[in-house]
Design a protein around this ligand. Structure first.
Ligand code: SF4
Length: 339
């Protein structure tokens, strides 16, 4: 089945490939930018970030010489901020160690910060037709249904298994096209819930379809427990409309972004408790805003306690300038209502 499957798939791709901005180039810098943005991000959402990013940083040199805060501002809202931090590290390495020429080979790419097997395989195969197989969620779903593979897709062992299978299929075809075809087919035809088996080219060979068990694939491990966290932001507003913010460190969530002074508690807390803990007057409480925000493994219960203060404080910034700092999404939402 392998040769005809691969040729059929590429033929389908040549007629149906999506018109995406990064498909018009083989510049490894641009392919890298698109691949990093698209990790954990839907294509429709990622496109506007891609344009914004390439406009501001059209080449690796521009990115390497950028300020982290400006980059975080561009990245704001995309989440998984370590991606942007690693991009800056990688751009500096490319500028200093590769004379600003983005590497093309899997072996060189995999050494760079934030570039794992998936991204190195994608860049080297798309830009250099190197024989490398990409295994993303779309590929895992599509191939696990066709072959009825019962391995849990989260495990490293399973990814290796699929990679081996991919290497059998990729022989004798253009690796870049094959990888993109496989991912496109998974994301447009063999979709997670709305799989289009009636219009699928492979239905006669598909073991899951022919045993009426498409919904059972891909096999997933039990759901990861979501952790509840209670974040309490103390937003002070001075008489001259200033407030305090600070930069988060580079560990945990929202790496290197900004936030208001934070008190994290084990359970939901009240304005009365916050006032007591910080020796603030409850009478000076202007408002409380609650926002829940879901991350992949955490549910954040965020409270913003806004106090007016009439005494001197350090590190104040004008509230009207808050929009120039990179903040996490829920804090930005709060700020948009504050200004
Ligand atoms: S027949 Fe259905 S399940 Fe099988 S590959 Fe096609 S779309 Fe996916």
């Amino acid at each position: 089945m392998s040769v005809s499957f691969s040729n059929k798939l590429i033929n389908w791709y040549n007629h149906n490939k999506r018109d995406l901005p990064w498909r018009k180039t083989k510049d490894p810098y641009k392919i890298w930018v698109s691949e990093i943005i698209l990790q954990q991000t839907r294509i429709e959402f990622g496109i506007k970030y891609y344009y914004k990013f390439i406009k501001k940083y059209p080449d690796v040199k521009k990115l390497a010489n950028s300020k982290e805060m400006d980059l975080m501002k561009i990245w704001e809202g995309l989440g998984y901020y370590s991606r942007a931090i690693n991009m800056l590290k990688t751009a500096k390495i490319v500028l200093n160690n590769f004379n600003g020429v983005f590497p093309l080979s899997y072996e060189e790419l995999i050494q760079l910060p934030g570039i794992g097997d998936y991204t190195a395989s994608a860049i080297s195969s798309i830009c250099n037709d190197e024989l490398q197989v990409v295994v993303d969620g779309n590929v895992l779903r599509f191939l696990s249904r066709i072959h009825k593979i019962d391995l849990p897709i989260e495990s490293i062992k399973t990814k290796k298994y699929f990679k081996k299978l991919g290497f059998k299929l990729i022989q004798d075809v253009k690796p870049g096209d094959f990888n993109q075809a496989l991912m496109d087919y998974g994301s447009t035809i063999c979709k997670p819930k709305k799989f289009d088996c009636n219009n699928c080219l492979f239905s006669s060979d598909c073991k899951a379809y022919n045993s009426n068990s498409v919904e059972n694939y891909p096999v997933k491990k039990k759901k990861i427990k979501v952790k509840d966290r209670f974040l309490n932001y103390v937003v002070v507003v001075t008489n001259d409309n200033k407030t305090q913010i600070k930069k988060r460190d580079s560990s945990g969530i929202w790496k290197n972004l900004y936030e208001f002074p934070l008190i994290e508690t084990k359970i939901e807390t009240s304005a009365k408790q916050i006032s007591k803990e910080l020796d603030l007057n409850l009478k000076d409480l202007l408002s409380v805003k609650k926002i829940n925000h879901r991350l992949s493994h955490q549910l954040l219960h965020i409270n913003f306690f806004v106090y007016k203060v009439d005494y001197k404080l350090d590190d104040l910034v004008d509230i009207n300038t808050l929009e120039s700092y990179p903040f996490p999404k829920p804090i930005n939402k709060f700020i948009s209502e504050l200004i």
